[in-house]
Design a protein around this ligand. Structure first.
Ligand code: PRP
Length: 187
């Protein structure tokens, strides 16, 4: 399999690197303000899309916090939207009882993944549970989910870069790009 060069995949850049940096700093400031008096704080990243956003956000947080990850998949390879088939690939490594938990997502689409995550985590008695997502594809929502921190609300286009993949590739792009119509890496 040959992975096409990114230039062949990108239709246009939706969110530039500088916009991401600015917005992540703004989100971190809000979180620092809101969590100043709270302890212990735990960031829960939903793998894999959260990774770039979570690491940038974490570096901008001044509130002491631990980090853990849930690996949940809802899109199959080659899919352009979630299948609704949610699979837990890896659970948290620690108890969250008594923690102020901030779930960090790259994108909320149908809301099915977060709905599952919220129900799963609330059963474990956190002191509080909030959601921070970089991207919100609001018009695709099927299940309402409470979003406390949103980076950008975006239209219903397939995006990749800055943690989000196209068929598992190009998560490393420093910006958020829109894929050309009808492009697939895997046949
Ligand atoms: C994406 C994204 C969210 C979910 C959003 O994960 O990271 O977790 O889909 O979709 P939903 O709101 O319709 O449930 P994906 O399954 O693509 O896994 P990945 O993060 O490993 O790429």
């Amino acid at each position: 399999m040959v992975v096409p060069p990114v230039e062949e995949l990108v239709d246009y850049i939706l969110i530039e690197e500088v916009q991401l940096k600015t917005r992540v700093a703004e989100l971190a400031k809000s979180i620092n303000d809101d969590y100043r008096q709270l302890s212990p704080v735990l960031l829960v990243g939903i793998l894999k899309g959260c990774v770039l956003f979570l690491t940038d956000l974490s570096r901008s947080l001044t509130v002491p916090h631990a980090i853990d990850f849930l690996d949940i998949s809802s899109y199959g390879a080659g899919m352009r939207q979630s299948t609704g088939d949610i699979r837990v690939l890896m659970d948290l490594h620690q108890s969250i009882e008594g923690y102020h938990v901030l779930v960090v997502e790259d994108i909320v689409d149908s809301g099915r993944t977060l709905n599952h995550v919220i129900r799963r985590l609330e059963a474990r008695k956190p002191a509080s549970l909030k959601i921070c997502t970089l991207l919100n594809k609001a018009e695709r929502r099927e299940i309402p989910v409470p979003l406390s921190y949103v980076g950008f609300t975006i239209p219903d286009v397939f995006v990749f870069g800055y943690g989000l993949d196209i068929d598992e590739y190009y998560r490393n792009l420093p910006h958020i790009a829109v894929v050309k119509p009808d492009i697939q890496i895997h046949s």
